[in-house]
Structure formats: C-alpha cells, structure tokens
Design a protein around this ligand. Structure first.
Ligand code: SER
Length: 681
C-alpha cells in the first residue's frame, strides 16, 4: 500500500463507522494564547471538549497537519538524528464528542479500542504478535486510579501479557499546561527482525526510545480540564481523541526500518541526492543532514502555505529557525553554499495535490520565499565565518600551542570564549555545534559552560519580557453560558457576565470578561477589536479591547465591575467601529483592484484594519510601478464614489460561499457557515 492508500483506508474505515470527514485546521494558531502551532489533531476541537461549543456532528475523522517545535510538545532536537520524529507530521484521528445532555451520543473507550484493533489488524493486517498496548497505571498526585476499564476492554482483543501499565508521563495526555486532558492507551509496534525479537523480548523495549519499537496510535479518553493551579476538574461530558502518526504507520505497513524509507520521504530524498551529488545511506553525517532537510522543508513549506512567513518574531521566527537549521546542515555536510532547498517544494506540491492543494497552488510563491531566506542566511553564515577568522587573528595561537596542536591533533590548550560563541549564535545564527566544528578545525576548544550560561541569561530576559499569567475562569452567570455575537446588527445590548479571570501581562493587572451576548467585535481577519464600555447603576467599566480565544469573545478591562452578576448595558464605541468597517471594506476593494492590475497571484499575507488606516501585505515578484499604483488607487476611489450598497447574506454554507466567488484566505479557519458581503457583483 502506498501512503495515499493508507491514509484513504483510515478515512474510509471511520466513514463506515459513521464519522464525518473534517479538513485539517491551518497549522498556524491565531487565537489561542496557549499555542503557537497546531500540535495535535484535537486542537481544533478544544472548544467541543471544554463545552464552549456544540459540534455539528458527534463523530468525526481527519488527518491533521501538526508541528511540534515549541511549547510542551517539542521534538526539534531529535529530528534528523533519529528516524521516527518529525517537525511536521500528519496525525490521523477519530473523534467522539460527548453531549452532556444526551449520553447516547458519541462513544467512549469500548468502541475506540475495538475499532483501533480492527483497523490495525484486519484492514491493515499488521501482525498481532508485533503489537503491544499500554494502559494508564494511575497517579497519586492527581488522585487518579488505574484505568482498569481500558485494561478489561483490551483483554477482549489481546493477551494480557502484551498489555503494559505506564505512568502519567506516557499515558496521560495533555495539550498544554492547562486545558482538556485524560488518561490514554497507546498501541506500540515492534518492527525488528525475527532474529532480534527472539533475542530480546519486545515488551521490554516499549517506551524505551527504540527506533523500531515505536508508538503508532494514542487513544485518549478526554474527561478532565487541567486548571491553572494544576488541579483537575471533570468536563461536562466524556470524549475520545485518538492520534495516529501517519508517517510511522506507513513505516509499519510498508515494513521499513525508518519513516524516511517510506514513499512519504523517498521522492524528497531522491531530489536532495540529485541536487547535492551525495548519496543517502552511505555516511551517518550526510544521512542526518539529508533527513533534516527533507523533514524541515515540509514544516517550512506547509507553514508558508498556511500564511506564516519566516520573520523575526514569534511563529515566524520559529519557521525561520527551522529553515536555518536545514540550510546549516546542507552547508556543513552536503557542501551546499548556494540556495537549493526551495526546489523541493515542487515535490511536495505534487505529493499533496489532492489533500492539501494550498501547497501546489502557491508553489511559486513558497519557493521564492524559501530561496530568498536561504540566500540571506548563507550570507550571514559567510559573515560569521569572516568574524571567526578575525577572532582567530586577534587571538593568535602561540608557537608552543601550535606545536601542541600539531602533535596532539587538536588545540586543547586554547579556549574560545563562551561569550564569543554566544555572539556567533545570537548575531550570526550559528548553532553551538557549528561553532564547535569550525573551532576544532582552527585548533580551538569552546567554553561550552560559558556559552550555556549566556544562553540561559538570554532566555531569562525573554521569559520575563513575555510573561503572561492567567488565573482560572471564575464562573458568574453559568446558566447563560451560550456566548453569542450580535455586533453585526447591534452596537448596544443588555449583557450578563458569564465568567471572568484576572491576567497579568508584563506586570500589569487586567481582567478578561466573557458575556452571554456581545455587540463587541473581536479582533480577527486583521480588523482590530471593539472598545467601549459596560454600565450598570451609573458605574461604567471601560472595555479597552476585544479578542477571540478559540471561539470565545474575551473583553479586556483594567478594573472589574463591583457587582459582576448584574445585567449591564454594553455600548460599543460606534464611531470607531464605523470607521474601522469602512477601512475593512476598502481592504477588499484594494485586494480586488490589485488582482486586476497585477494579476491573480495577489494573495493576502497579512492585514491590519483600524479606524485610522489599513495595511495589506502581499507578495509580488517585482517592484510595483508608479503607474500601476495610480491605476489601483483610481480603481478603488471610483468604486467608493459609486456608493454601491452592501449586500449581506448570513449563515451561508461555506461551499456555497466559495461557489458564489467569495474571497477566502489560505490559513484562515472558517466555520461551516459564513457571512458573505457583496459590494459589486
Ligand atoms: N491528542 C493525542 C496526541 O496528540 C491523541 O490525538 O497524541
């Protein structure tokens, strides 16, 4: 079975169990402060688990693009050095969303376990004698019992000698420091040769980081919410969240010894071999470099296709660093001093044409961005090497040291300062091991301790700069928990606070309020959030901003109203909203005009809309001429002067909206139904 067939079989299987297919969410998370990139299939369903939102369907299945390069789940350092971790990977998942009011909806451990077993052993025909299962053993600190229910259920399928009890570290899944979580049960596979298996029992290698005894599927039984104070609270309903590493599954089914030997990676490896003249499989260092490159290009290209360009901060910086790691391995181990990695994008576009068409349709653009990044980092590397040479000139090796070096094959006597190694790291992007490598060639040792302490100091600096501390939500009017936005029709409304919490951002105390209904527009699609006030009995509480956290509208204020349980009159600053709306409309006019004048490739890569101005980011392959700018300007202005009236349609199914020709943006997540605005058909 090739990888596409393996993926399809998974989706077909769960379709036969009445699961609806849901598209992968975009990789870059825009409205969840606990997360930068999607790191698990369950992220896009977080609100269903927490009970903030009601799903359309209780059973769904998907394949989700995931990136584990920051935060709680970070595999970056392993990638390339081993054969089964990745920055970007696909996670196959089946899901059950429980309904607190109707326990007949959804399913739980019994079905999740039975179906996982059926799919693996009957559909994929993986040999049962190579499979092991782990079950949560309980945890004293969290006052949780052994998951005996799961153990019992497994005993219907697999001999109890193949079931292992495991601790919280491996068998209690949490998305982040807080949020939905629960005990899990994992399925592991032993892919070693029979000879090896006879020598050492596979059971003893489960969870021991053996490259051929690996976890392939994690079945999580979500039933708690981890709170800020580390305690667990029961969720309103129980849910199933399963995640199967697609690339590892391919390794198992295709009976390979490495994810990189499956057809997910071999076309990429072949191209790197062609571009570099090196062969995969002959030399450890070259192999690692090739694995790093074919892995990292996926992360970078997917992120760009979802709208995240490499940049100097936050998510953009993570992407930049991943790409630089790839460039660096190519530079050092494949002798590539010119950009070449961007070429791999065409392979990806082809591979994922049917599943993630956003790669192929933006292929030229993605290649251009990556090529430019590669070129600029290669220049930085050259500069760093020059800086290094100057350092060597300024700190010459003495005669005795030279003799020592010649005789002992290394300059043990001379030390390159940790501060200098840190400068190379910080200013020139030299990872420590690159500095060490070059240093050794020049006869220096590096003061690793000194380097690490500089690094620690910098981390501390950025930690305290970014510090944000949020308390748990305090529930107020719980019965009114439906949180509805009415701000397209009303700029004032009577609202109740359903919950609030205190947050400290950069040492400043603020409160976040959630209302049952709200006229306040939350920052999204580049449009700034509304401001205004809420009032009761003459007490006004100013709302200084509104933003979305997942799908919840959060209103920010510096002070908490005295009586939080009352009904407030909420009033939006209407002048500011109206001006902002005008600029938002103008953004769309501008986008349309740019497309007409420059071409259809003009895609929104970012935008900011506030009462005073608008900004629209896009990529074009050359400088725009004065004439072109004037044409765009005239086009926009003449449309404004036509005074075309706005046509608004609410609750349009997303597919109908696309058919109507609505502009949708890559990397934006849309609901099943959307609001469509037409100015000029
Ligand atoms: N959330 C679990 C994981 O990521 C299962 O999907 O492993």
């Amino acid at each position: 079975m090739n990888s596409a067939e393996i993926r399809q079989k998974f989706l077909d299987f769960f379709n036969s169990k009445e699961h609806n297919y849901v598209k992968s969410a975009p990789l870059v998370v825009k409205d969840d402060p606990t997360l930068m990139f999607i790191n698990a299939g369950m992220n896009q369903f977080k609100d269903y688990f927490l009970g903030n939102k009601v799903p359309n369907s209780n059973r769904v299945a998907n394949t989700q693009k995931c990136l584990r390069v920051s935060g709680k789940h970070n595999d970056l350092d392993e990638v390339g050095h081993d054969t089964y971790h990745h920055t970007l990977f696909e996670m196959l998942g089946n899901w059950s969303f429980g309904d607190p009011k109707d326990s007949s909806k959804g399913y739980f451990k019994k079905e999740a376990i039975a179906w996982a077993w059926e799919l693996l052993t009957e559909v994929y025909q993986l040999p049962k004698d190579r499979l092991y299962v782990t079950v949560f053993e309980g945890d004293k600190e969290d006052k949780l019992e052994l998951d005996d229910e799961a153990r019992q259920l497994w005993s219907e399928h697999i001999d109890s000698s193949r079931v292992i009890l495991a601790s919280k570290k491996d068998n209690f899944w949490e998305m982040g420091e807080t949020g939905p979580c629960g005990p899990c049960s994992e399925i592991h596979i032993d892919l070693r040769t029979d000879e090896e298996r006879n020598k050492i029992d596979g059971l003893t290698l489960v969870n021991q980081d053996h490259p051929l005894v690996v976890e392939i599927w994690n079945l999580v039984f979500i039933q708690y919410n981890r709170k800020k104070d580390k305690s667990l609270e029961n969720l309103p309903a129980k849910h199933v969240d399963t995640g199967m590493g697609f690339e590892r599954l391919c390794m198992a089914i295709q009976a390979k010894e490495s994810n990189y030997d499956t057809d997910v990676f071999t076309p990429l490896i072949k191209m790197v071999e062609e571009l570099s003249g090196k062969t995969y499989g002959d030399n450890d260092k070259i192999d690692i470099a090739i694995r790093v490159i074919v892995d990292h290009i996926r992360a970078v290209a997917f992120a760009i296709s979802d709208g995240q360009l490499p940049s100097n901060n936050k998510a953009g910086y993570v992407i930049r660093r991943i790409l630089r790691r790839a460039v660096r391995y190519g530079f050092t181990f494949l002798d590539k001093k010119e950009p070449f990695i961007y070429n791999l994008v065409t392979v990806l576009g082809e591979q994922f044409k049917n599943l993630f068409p956003e790669l192929d349709s933006q292929s030229d653009f993605i290649q251009k961005v990556i090529k430019e990044e590669e070129a600029s980092f290669l220049r930085t590397l050259e500069n760093g090497i020059k800086r290094f040479e100057n350092y060597v000139k300024d700190n010459p090796i003495s005669k005795e040291q030279q003799i020592d070096k010649d005789h002992h094959g290394g300059g043990a006597a001379i030390e390159l300062s940790g501060a200098f190694a840190f400068e190379l790291y910080d200013t020139y992007g030299f990872p420590y091991d690159l500095t060490e490598l070059i240093a050794k060639e020049q006869g220096f040792n590096v003061d690793e301790k000194g380097f690490k302490s500089e690094l620690e100091k910098q981390k501390e600096r950025s930690r305290s700069a970014a510090q944000e501390d949020k308390s748990d939500w305090v529930m107020v009017n719980e019965e009114d928990h439906v949180e509805e936005f009415v701000g397209y029709d009303f700029l004032e409304a009577d609202v109740k606070i359903t919950r609030y919490r205190e947050v400290t951002v950069k040492k400043k105390n603020l409160y976040e309020l959630v209302f049952n209904i709200t006229p306040f527009y939350a920052e999204s699609g580049g449009q700034v959030g509304d401001t205004g006030y809420i009032e009761v009995g003459g007490e006004k509480t100013y709302i200084t901003g509104t933003r979305k956290e997942n799908d919840v509208f959060v209103h920010i204020t510096e002070k908490l109203p005295e009586h939080t349980s009352l009904t407030f009159r909420a009033v939006v600053d209407s002048k500011k909203r109206r001006l902002t709306e005008k600029n938002h409309s103008a953004t769309h006019l501008l986008h349309a005009a740019l497309k007409r004048v420059l071409g259809d490739h003009v895609q929104q890569k970012g935008s900011l809309v506030d009462p005073k101005h608008l900004r629209f980011d896009f990529a074009h392959f050359q400088k725009i001429s004065e004439e072109e700018l004037e044409t765009v300007e005239e086009m926009v202005n003449s449309k404004i002067r036509e005074g075309i009236s706005l046509d608004e349609k609410k609750n349009v199914p997303i597919n109908t909206a696309r058919e109507m020709g609505a502009t949708a943006l890559f990397g934006e997540k849309y609901g099943d139904t959307v609001r469509v605005i037409t100015f000029d058909p």
